[in-house]
Design a protein around this ligand. Sequence first.
Ligand SMILES: O=C(O)[C@@H](O)[C@@H](O)[C@H](O)[C@H](O)CO
Length: 319
Amino acid sequence: MVIMDISLVLPPEPDDRWTLAQQAGVHHAVFHSLEIGDGSRPYAYDDLLRIVNTYRDHGIEPAAFEGSVPLTDKTRLALDGRNEEIEQFCTLIRNLGELGVDVVCYDWMAGLRWARTSVTTPTRGDALTSAYDDGQMRRGPTPPAAKRTTEEDLWENLEFFLDRAVPVAEEAGVYLSLHPDDPPISDVRGMPRIVNSVEAYDRVLDLYDSPHNGITFCQGNFSAMGVDIPSTIRHFGDRINFVHFRDVDGPADDFVETWHDDGPTDMKAAMDAYRDVDFDGPIRPDHVPTMKGEDNSIPGYHIKGKLFAVSYMKGLLEK
Ligand SMILES: O=C(O)[C@@H](O)[C@@H](O)[C@H](O)[C@H](O)CO
């Protein structure tokens, strides 16, 4: 039977969340210091060695490095320093390969990272969730770089990056996993976005045809695209290298994030589809509501909702 690795974003230093994860039967970590941690983007071997060994010394396997990788708008927008940055990214890949961490998640969102217009929307039992309203978003300032960036620039820069990074990933045995633009719309405040549809992913996969050029299937974003989730999972099949398990209610320009057991997507059918395509990589619950007693300082990433989501996922995986 194919076993996927249920994982959680855990801080790089042990705290209660490590213990709670293990008590809930989660033994795989995702390193994502932009969400939980100090925002660092380590790529040197000794820095990675320390992080990886700290997890392993506590019985936790580091399954993926995400987001906080040395890849910024320098590369996405082909600014000065792009070649040096890609070199750092390639060093990260080689080093993670040496250390046995084989999934790296990155994204092509220039100007703004994942965007929400509210992180205090009340949901079941007055927990707090996040929401996006494009009309409200557009009233804010346009990022300066938006005026001189086209979709084609972003495609060209992505191809330039993949041509350099994928061969290194192949050699290192590391699986690159491109995260969708969140939300998956054509632009945020005038800054174009390109990784926002099934067709766009088909193009990405064609740019460099290799299992090491794959997808982070962030399910909530595909749900916001309005596509059928199980058949889309089957469409991409073995090019899915990493899964973010979550759901939203509403289209890409106007949605609310839901509890894992309370959204419109048939989560059981989704889990069955991952199993059908023999997905055996890391799968982590993504954004969860902030629950009672939590301060909402890291919206979407507090531990109580994650534990609820993990239990729900384990239930869905029961045969
Ligand atoms: O769903 C989201 O957009 C975020 O929670 C992250 O997953 C983030 O955007 C990714 O790390 C992108 O690299």
